[in-house]
Ligand binder design. Structure first.
Ligand code: GDD
Length: 409
């Protein structure tokens, strides 16, 4: 049997995702009309002999209760949310629930970061992992060398694929091959995590005994039960024939900012064209709006037949899109109203926001620039004929004047 674990973090993480993480946990923010964490979960369903999927985080249980029960029913696979009392780090969080995870006696455990967007080639990874015969296999990808330092950089043996060297977010360039945050392990990983935590305890005890050192150095070490997968497990085990790599040639992105969520929404919409085309809007029929490219429209949304929508647009529940509206490359969240002839380009429009007649909400569409995508928080009102360009607007603001390159607090 196989068990999958998705690390979802908690409210103190994901701060770069503001203002969109103010009223919803980041892992539940919709990409291509589905909560972020829906995508890795549906990928897990393709793993043979999958017994259970766990989401581990330090959000309140009730924030995930509805999602977990609806996705379990929808995908017919048991999904459970496990709450950590405090953050234990990406490996410590897994270790904290080892007894529960081992209840199904899995031969393999998948571990996935929730904030990555990729095609999750999990069955292929598992097959490669079995062939390599190590303790763990890491999904890796080649990225442009100038962006590699935001990630774990690694070197692998070109023939055996063994992980030879690993450095987390190094200051000087090591390699353009990076850690995608998707792993498969044998249960031996628990012993490796325990090893790190025991070592820490021993060191802490030593420090207590040696009073001289204690006077010299304030105790700057991490709590003994806080174990990071990257620095504490992958780095020391590289080159020891225990860890291997599997390279993906498909798409991969990390989702830390609202701008990147728009980019990832596009990637998942494009993937739906191959995996589940029925989810995408077609624009067929005389009563339908004009649709270009990949578009998702929630069945409860009302879109006027004279609206022009796409490419890369996703419209959530109960949104109302008026006559003559133009939407390009945007995410429209629940209960938004967009009035006649308004235009939204390269933007995310927050829950219950309102955009007035002939208004424009837009940006230049640079996903990596701070203001490259215009973001309206929850319940923002843009009055008629107002233009909002390259800006971030915090919740509950009313804009009656046009703004450009501004953060409206
Ligand atoms: N439950 C729980 N508890 N989850 C956690 C904790 C924790 O204490 N700490 C982090 N996470 C989750 C985050 O929500 C995220 O999904 C994942 O673990 C990794 O988060 P970080 O540890 O903050 O690392 P990162 O995202 O900056 O970088 C990691 O992922 C990159 C790929 O996206 C590293 O492993 C990099 O090497 C890697 O390139």
């Amino acid at each position: 049997k196989v068990v999958a674990v998705i690390m979802v973090g908690g409210p103190t993480k994901g701060t770069r995702f503001r203002p969109l993480s103010f009223n919803i946990p980041k892992p539940l923010f919709p990409l291509a009309g589905q909560p972020m964490v829906h995508h890795p979960i549906s990928a897990c369903k393709r793993i043979p002999n999958l017994a259970q999927i766990y989401l581990i985080g330090f959000y309140e249980e009730r924030e995930f209760a509805l999602f977990v029960s609806s996705i379990s029913n929808e995908l017919k696979v048991p999904v459970r949310y496990l709450k950590e009392e405090k953050p234990h780090g990406s490996a410590g969080g897994l270790y904290n629930f080892r007894d529960l995870i081992m209840e199904d006696s899995p031969s393999h455990i998948f571990l996935l970061n929730c904030d990555v967007c990729c095609s999750f080639p999990l069955p292929d990874m598992l097959e490669a992992h079995r062939r390599y015969g190590g303790m763990g296999t890491i999904l890796v990808i080649k990225v442009p060398p100038e962006s590699a330092n935001q990630f774990g950089e690694l070197v692998a043996d070109p023939v055996t694929n063994e992980l030879l060297h690993y450095t987390e977010k190094p200051e000087t360039f090591v390699s353009d091959h990076i850690n995608c945050g998707v792993y498969v392990f044998t249960p031996d990983v628990f012993a490796a995590i325990q090893g790190v935590s025991t070592q820490r305890k021993d060191r802490a005890n030593l420090r207590r005994v040696s009073s001289f050192e204690a006077l010299q150095l304030p105790n700057r070490s991490l709590p003994t039960d806080f174990v990071r997968l990257d620095q504490d497990i992958l780095s020391p085990l590289a080159g020891k024939k225990q860890l291997y790599t599997y390279e993906t040639m498909d798409f991969w992105e990390q989702i830390k900012t609202p701008g990147m969520s728009l980019r990832c929404s596009a990637l998942y919409l494009a993937q739906f064209r191959f995996t589940s085309p029925h989810i995408l809007a077609t624009g067929d029929g005389i009563k339908s709006a004009t649709i270009t490219g990949d578009v998702y429209i929630h069945p409860s949304a009302k879109v006027h037949p004279t609206a022009k929508i796409g490419p890369n647009v996703s419209i959530s529940a109960n949104a109302r899109i008026g006559a003559g509206v133009r939407l390009v490359n945007c995410i429209i969240l629940d209960d938004v109203e967009i009035k006649e002839n308004a235009v939204v380009i390269h933007a995310i429009v927050g829950w219950k926001s309102m955009i007035g007649r002939w208004s424009r909400v837009q940006a230049e569409g640079d996903y990596n620039a701070k203001l490259g995508v215009t973001i309206l928080g929850e319940s923002v009102s843009v009055e008629d004929e107002v233009v909002v360009i390259n800006s971030i607007v915090l919740p509950n603001k009313t804009l009656n004047l046009s703004v450009q390159e501004e953060i409206i607090l």
